[in-house]
Design a protein around this ligand. Structure first.
Ligand SMILES: [Zn+2]
Length: 84
C-alpha cells in the first residue's frame, strides 16, 4: 500500500505538545512517530514504536536512555492511501 510521509520543519515541541498532536493525528487515522535529537550521540532519531511518546526513550543508534520529557522533540506522520 502506498503511503505519504509528512515531516515537520525542524522545530522541537514540548512532550505535552507532542502528545496533544498525537491525539489529533490518531483521530485522522494517521500513524505518528516521535523524533528527537539524542542527548548521547547527537543523532536525529525516529522512535521505533509508533504512536508512542514516553517520558524516556532508548536511542536506536547508541542505546542510551534519552529524556524526551526534558528535550521535547518532533514527529512525523504516515497516512496510508487506500488502493484506488
Ligand atoms: Zn543516541
Amino acid at each position: 500500500m502506498a503511503a505519504i510521509v509528512f515531516v515537520n520543519p525542524v522545530k522541537d515541541f514540548t512532550l505535552a505538545e507532542l502528545r496533544e498532536a498525537l491525539v489529533g493525528h490518531r483521530k485522522l487515522g494517521k500513524t505518528v512517530y516521535a523524533k528527537y535529537t539524542c542527548q548521547h550521540c547527537g543523532e536525529r532519531i525516529r522512535h521505533d514504536v509508533p504512536n508512542s511518546f514516553p517520558d524516556k526513550v532508548t536511542c536506536s543508534r547508541c542505546g542510551g536512555e534519552h529524556d524526551l520529557l526534558k528535550s521535547g522533540g518532533n514527529y512525523l506522520t504516515i497516512q496510508s492511501i487506500p488502493p484506488s
